[in-house]
Design a protein around this ligand. Structure first.
Ligand code: FES
Length: 555
């Protein structure tokens, strides 16, 4: 490959000559340069805390590549961490995807190992690699180990949210809150509940683009280094066999990933990402597919926030291989994987671990007969909305709306003692969608007002055009499409309107007459963000709505 993708100097011979000279800087001979060149797309960053431990993993991948006869060459791309990115990582997911694609295409590499972890990284890497379409494997930095506070297992970040709510309700004091804060992220790694990071890792392994078991190996285990070495060996073999990204990730393998997502009660964000990956490959996978698969897939992973355990426990129970073994009747088993075998062949080696059967249940003992996510349609969401009903406590509700125009409005008024709200109110937050915020932040988890927390209210119906963290919980309806800032019906909801949410019938309706909505359309302006320059301008002018994966139109 070193003789391909030459830098253009207008003289091919000179381009080859100068490249050979500079490649000697790493000590590689001309003969070495003819071996398979493996790019290691390193997303190490000290600011992205979920990726601050990647150096030994990169070294282990390199060992594997060398053992298999390849040449490993590490290169950087943008690194996005949830906790330290303003205003939200989702604003930059597409930028990271473009970075990935362009760097894979521009550099003389034969195959690539992509290193993900924190929520947006694996999706961005997968989107970019899908478009570049060379031999690819994804590996993550792994989940954190379980935390513990006074005998109770802690999980980032379901417990970040749970205890913050307890603090707002005066159920714990500031000292307890700070003691919990010390224990929430006890080791290196990404969040250790089935949030967005773990969900997309499970989906990637299910699609066959990660070696078996890789989604759940804790960040701190030796096993992760062994997995990294094996990943290095596997990518060289993939290059030799000529198996590209699109030979592994097919429409059926993405459907398998959706099945796994439903069986784990996974993150709502994963829906957006899988649609974006499918679009890159030219597959038409829609929200309807997610709902259909959800209705036919048992929820069998007893993992928080939908269940009881965490990723470390999921790994002990056998992780994704055992999950998929149980899901075999629901899967396309003849899909290729990066092991060089089909999913069926991989699963033939797998058996359940009896001692951990409460963690990954059998279908007979499923937590629920259907999957964890539902897609709603109706006059409030003509192109769909999502609810993670595996963590919701309210399956049906008709109530009056209390509307917040944007995040600042909500922030200013949510704890106002005079706020006109009770436990039956439906709280609506507008203008946090892809072009409304911009970037669709995870602000859809509208906090319960303090005065209701004091009355013991733990859940309410909340609706927005934004997202929420995969680690969050409650009756929170998200991704309403089209968003308010694109002129969707959400923009025209007013205080006191009646909204009906019906999970069983998958409906979300604004009970206001069409004439009245038409009148409001003439009176209420649409308020998209209009950045004047740079990447944010490009973002709002090109981003698609949530039901289309929030990718850029031109990608
Ligand atoms: Fe990185 Fe949760 S903050 S995975």
């Amino acid at each position: 490959m070193y003789n391909n993708k030459l830098t253009s100097y207008g003289d091919i011979g000179f381009s080859k000559f100068i490249r050979k000279a500079f490649n000697r800087q790493l000590g590689f001979s001309v003969e070495d340069q003819n071996k398979p060149i493996i790019g290691i797309c390193n997303t190490y960053s000290e600011i992205n805390r979920c990726h601050s431990h990647l150096k030994p993993i990169v070294e282990a991948i390199k060992k594997g590549v060398l053992m298999a006869g390849g040449i490993p060459l590490e290169f950087p791309i943008i690194s996005l961490g949830e906790i330290n990115t303003y205003p939200t990582t989702m604003l930059y997911r597409n930028l990271a995807a473009m970075d990935t694609e362009e760097m894979i295409n521009a550099q003389p590499i034969d195959g690539v190992v992509l290193i993900g972890g924190c929520d947006k990284m694996a999706p961005a890497l997968l989107m970019g690699a899908a478009s570049a379409d060379i031999p690819s494997i994804l590996i993550t930095g792994g989940p954190m180990n379980n935390g513990e506070y006074r005998g109770r297992t802690l999980g980032a970040c379901s417990d970040c949210r749970y205890f913050w709510q307890e603090y707002r309700a005066n159920a714990i004091d500031e000292q307890q809150l700070m003691e919990i804060n010390e224990k929430l992220a006890p080791t290196a790694g990404h969040c250790m509940v089935m949030g967005s990071a773990s969900s997309i890792a499970v989906c990637t392994e299910t699609m066959g683009l990660m070696l078996p078991g890789g989604a759940s190996i804790p960040a701190t285990h030796n096993e992760r280094l062994q997995h990294s070495i094996e990943t290095g060996k596997a990518i060289v073999r993939l290059v030799e066999e000529g198996k590209k990204f699109s030979d592994i990730v097919t429409e059926n393998s993405i459907r398998n990933a959706i099945t796994a997502l439903m069986a784990i009660g996974g993150s709502t964000n994963t829906i957006i990402h899988l649609i974006a990956i499918a679009r890159r490959l030219g597959f038409s996978i829609t929200l309807k597919d997610f709902d259909e698969i959800s209705q036919n897939t048992p929820l069998i992973a007893n993992i928080r926030p939908a269940g009881k355990y965490q990723m470390e426990d999921f790994h002990k129970a056998g992780g994704v291989p055992v999950l998929l073994k149980e899901l075999q009747p629901y899967l396309y088993l003849d899909e290729q994987t990066v092991t060089g075998k089909t999913l069926r062949e991989n699963l033939s080696q797998v058996s359940r671990i009896k001692e951990y059967e409460d963690i990954i249940r059998t279908e007979e003992k499923a937590l629920s007969k259907s999957g964890g996510l539902a897609v709603l349609y109706g006059s409030l969401a003509p192109r769909g909305a999502i609810v993670k009903h595996s963590t919701a406590s309210i399956p049906y509700h008709k109530g009056r709306a209390l509307v917040f125009e944007n995040i600042h409005d909500m922030d200013k008024r949510i704890d106002d003692p005079d706020l006109d709200v009770d436990k039956d109110t439906i709280m609506v937050l507008k203008n946090i969608g892809p072009i409304g915020a911009p970037g669709m932040p995870e602000a859809g988890y509208i906090p319960i007002p303090k005065k209701l927390l004091a009355e013991g209210v733990k859940d309410m119906v909340r609706i927005s055009d934004g997202r929420m963290s995969g680690t969050a919980f409650g009756t929170v309806i998200l991704h309403v499409s089209p968003e308010a800032a694109a002129g969707g019906p959400l923009n025209y909801v007013l205080d006191g309107d009646i909204i009906e949410f019906d999970l069983e019938n998958r409906e979300l309706n604004l009970l206001v007459s069409e004439e009245e909505i038409e009148k409001r359309k003439r009176e209420i302006p649409v308020k998209p963000q209009k950045p004047e320059r740079g990447y944010q301008k490009m973002f709002v002018e090109n981003v698609l709505q949530a039901d289309e994966g929030c990718d850029f139109k031109f990608l």
